[in-house]
Design a protein around this ligand. Structure first.
Ligand SMILES: [Zn+2]
Length: 301
């Protein structure tokens, strides 16, 4: 407790009451787990069911999420919700997790990589994250869809998945306390919220190459940083977009998606490849992005 804090509590009874309530509130952590930023991942061979190393890397992805839980528990966190947030969103090996953990899996889901977050959480962790499609650096740098999108902007600024997801967390007043991935992914989150702890588990050489640590070393680093992140929770600052409408601009690699989306009321075509959608708040943005990148008339069932 700082000197200032002690003085304030002695002076204001109400503050003392709220500080006690805060201290008693269980430390609940929301963990969004992607795969491109998991230690050792360099190509699609590690990232999907047809890759020769995918099953092996599901193990490493699961182990990094577990390392984050262990580190956070050592610093006093007691409740965890894990959002499996890569590809088919069914990557994590759920039988490896402790019984008291809830795992969000499958898609679509309204808040996408942040489904399950609310204002009862004390911290958000981003595990296995990667940099934005507009970042020339970073292993597998892309935003939402490497196949279809060339840029994603929120309120006029280029955004990574981490920026969108940090703003969703910020809407609920929850800070991003830890990010893991290559140095480009960690750097992007630090630029938004400098208080975040970062675990750099690889150094990008190119889009499909990196100098990587062993899985054991990556997991040990993440465990340490998760512990530090939770022990520094009081210093963590939230990142949020200004209250009110949020402008999203999606730039496609092709023309036709932009042309067809502009038929929808509320969607404007900004240029040949770009559409603009304005959400009432940040929570509408992941919903729109999922429709704009995932809707097909032949969706089943
Ligand atoms: Zn991914």
């Amino acid at each position: 407790m700082t000197h200032f804090c002690r003085a304030a509590i002695l002076t204001f009874g109400l503050l003392a009451v709220s500080a006690t309530a805060d201290a008693q509130r269980p430390v609940k952590v929301f963990i969004s787990v992607d795969m491109e930023g998991i230690g050792g991942v360099v190509t699609d061979q590690q990232l999907g069911p047809t890759g020769f190393e995918y099953n092996r890397f599901r193990e490493f992805m699961t182990a990094e999420a577990l390392a984050a839980i262990e580190g956070a528990r050592q610093a006093g966190a007691s409740q965890f919700v894990i959002a499996d947030s890569h590809g088919n969103m069914q990557n994590l090996l759920i039988d490896r997790f402790p019984r008291d953990v809830t795992i969000i899996r499958g898609s679509p889901r309204p808040l996408s990589m942040m489904e399950g977050i609310d204002s009862t959480f004390s911290a958000v962790f981003f595990i296995g994250y990667h940099s934005a499609t507009t970042n020339p650096e970073g292993v597998r740098a892309h935003t939402i869809s490497s196949a279809t999108l060339a840029a994603v902007k929120i309120n006029g600024r280029a955004s990574a998945e981490s920026g969108l997801n940090a703003a969703v967390a910020g809407y609920f007043g929850v800070p991003v306390a830890l990010v893991t991935g290559d140095e480009a992914a960690v750097g992007e989150v630090r630029a938004l919220t400098p208080t975040v702890e970062g675990a750099v588990v690889k150094r990008a050489i190119g889009f499909h190459s990196a100098a990587v640590m062993t899985p054991e070393a990556s997991q040990a680093l993440i465990r340490d940083k998760a512990r530090t992140a939770i022990s520094r929770l009081r210093e963590m600052r939230t990142y949020s977009e200004p209250a009110g409408p949020v402008r999203l601009e999606l730039t496609y690699k092709n023309y036709t998606p932009a042309e067809m989306l502009s038929y929808l009321p509320g969607v404007e075509r900004v240029d040949a490849h770009t559409v603009r959608f304005t959400g009432r708040n940040i929570l509408e943005i992941p919903r729109f992005i999922q429709v704009a990148t995932g809707y097909r008339a032949d969706l089943t069932p």
